[in-house]
Design a protein. Structure first.
Length: 511
């Protein structure tokens, strides 16, 4: 049997408000909004059952609604804590088994203890109705105090986290942080005012429901009034602080007004020395691609002997249409990608076995050298080199020995040339060299130097000595007017053939 009592009116108003907050948050497509909606739903169930408890006039009726009340009261503290973790950017804690399992099992255990209290009386003992007291009266059992202690731990931890959030949040989110901190502190302060100081704000009634309600209102202001669930995540400041990218905010005049810790490390200066300065004043050893801009599409920063590469993305800061509010510049570290690209580029240019240029890259570079020699009327020569009797080395000593010979010959010839010369493996046991600025006489001297250097090698493989010699053909680009690289290389190849047929281990200049 139910009987209307004036004392239920504030709680009915509270119930309507919590239902409204739950429905409002339900339409927001974020995890923190969904948790807030469930939190308000739990508080609504708690409040409604409490209203029905106050309105019941029999012991059995009040006890029924006290038990039903825990359908909301048991999960609400846990939902409160989960909301706190999500709102302050610490949702990663929920993946820790030592925290996840207690938070999951505790409400279930509480509901089980409430439903079976008649068998063990660990939740309540000596349940009774007292004249003049709207609530059901009971002495508390052992588990009730454990349950109350758990609520204190969750609310106290949430209070600390909300306070830390307020103290560390960026100015843009300071109002959100303040409302979250106040909402987090309110239930703890209200509960402690009664338990520690005997200050009963609502005599003979459960004021904890109102404390949670007021906190919910503050939370909703933080999230809805400032678009925390629709436009900007509440934990935005944590992302900014921990993201592995530099974030720099510039005002319309191009001065730095804010930056995250990663950017501070790049600048090598504390934030106080950077804010208000222009990027060009604080970035030392910096190169950029866009003329007149410190931040182009890419940026290279050299500091302490280390070179770092960054991809730069810029976006205007939204505000009143037609009014420039500055830019947000994000620097993504692409050093590893750049190094990988260099490695791929090198692999495309270099012969994998010998470590010298491959045929394709040689021809590309050689055409450039020939064009320059033709423009500036400079001499240029080509050497074609071939290892003598290489097939016999493979047959007698194996292909591993042949590979070792190729590597040694390549490195010996590379060492005997200038840095401006091009040297490449042309195919099989054949190599080619391009000597910019060298006439045919100088090229012939270089060929002889290389031939003698290879002949002097003391190649040993698997305990066996392997004699190695070279046959070389030399051709000068200036010998015939309007000569192409292809015809010059054909002439050098013909001279190489003459060295082969003439007895090998010699160099021959093309006629």
């Amino acid at each position: 049997m139910l009987e209307f009592m004036p004392t239920v009116l504030p709680f009915l108003a509270s119930f309507v408000l919590t239902v409204g907050l739950a429905l409002t948050a339900l339409g927001r497509q974020t995890a923190v909004a969904r948790t807030f909606s469930w939190l308000m739903t739990g508080l609504s169930v708690w409040t409604l059952c409490y209203v029905l408890e106050l309105s019941s006039v029999t012991l059995e009726g009040k006890y029924l609604w006290v038990v039903a009340k825990y359908l909301g009261a048991a999960p609400t503290p846990v939902l409160w804590f989960v909301f706190c973790l999500q709102a302050t950017g610490r949702e990663g804690w929920l993946r820790r088994p030592l925290l996840l399992w207690p938070l999951t099992l505790w409400p279930l255990l509480t509901l089980g203890m409430v439903a079976t209290n008649g068998a063990h009386h660990l939740m309540w003992t000596n349940i009774r109705v007292v004249l003049g007291q709207p609530e059901l009266q009971a002495d508390h059992g052992l588990y009730f105090w454990a349950y109350a202690a758990g609520i204190y731990v969750l609310i106290l931890t949430s209070t600390v986290l909300f306070t830390l959030f307020y103290r560390t949040t960026q100015p843009l989110f300071r109002r959100q942080g303040l409302l979250l901190m106040l909402g987090g502190v309110l239930p703890l302060a209200g509960r402690m005012s009664e338990d520690l100081f005997g200050l009963d704000l609502l005599p003979r009634l459960d004021e904890v429901i109102f404390f949670f309600l007021f906190s919910g209102v503050l939370f909703s202001l933080a999230l809805f009034r400032y678009n925390g669930l629709r436009l900007v995540p509440v934990a935005h400041h944590l992302v900014i602080h921990h993201i592995q990218a530099g974030i720099v905010v510039l005002d319309p005049a191009g001065r730095i007004v804010d930056l995250n810790p990663f950017a501070q490390q790049l600048f090598g200066l504390p934030q106080a020395e950077v804010v208000g300065a222009r990027p060009a004043d604080v970035l030392k050893g910096l190169t950029w691609n866009a003329a007149g801009e410190v931040f182009g599409d890419e940026l290279t920063l050299t500091r302490g002997g280390t070179t770092l590469h960054f991809s730069v993305q810029r976006s205007s800061i939204g505000g009143v249409p037609g009014r420039d509010r500055g830019q947000a510049v994000v620097l993504f570290d692409v050093t590893e990608r750049r190094e990988a690209e260099r490695q791929l580029e090198r692999l495309a240019q270099v012969d994998a076995l010998t470590g010298v240029f491959n045929r394709r890259h040689f021809l590309e570079r050689a055409e450039q050298e020939v064009a320059q020699a033709r423009r500036e009327r400079l001499p240029l020569s080509v050497l074609m080199l071939d290892i003598d009797r290489f097939k016999g080395i493979n047959d007698a000593h194996g292909h591993a020995a042949g590979d070792a010979v190729l590597r040694e010959v390549a490195q010996t010839c590379q060492a005997g040339l200038r840095q401006t010369d091009l040297f490449a493996r042309y195919g099989g046991e054949e190599f080619v060299a391009l000597l910019p600025g060298a006439d045919v006489t100088e090229a012939a001297a270089v060929a002889e130097h290389l031939r003698r250097a290879v002949e002097a090698l003391q190649m040993e493989f698997a305990g066996q000595t392997i004699p190695v010699t070279l046959s070389i053909g030399v051709a000068g680009f200036e010998a015939v007017a309007h000569r192409t690289l292809d015809t010059c290389m054909q002439s050098a190849d013909g001279a190489l053939y003459a060295s082969k047929t003439g007895g090998r281990n010699r160099s021959t200049v093309a006629a």
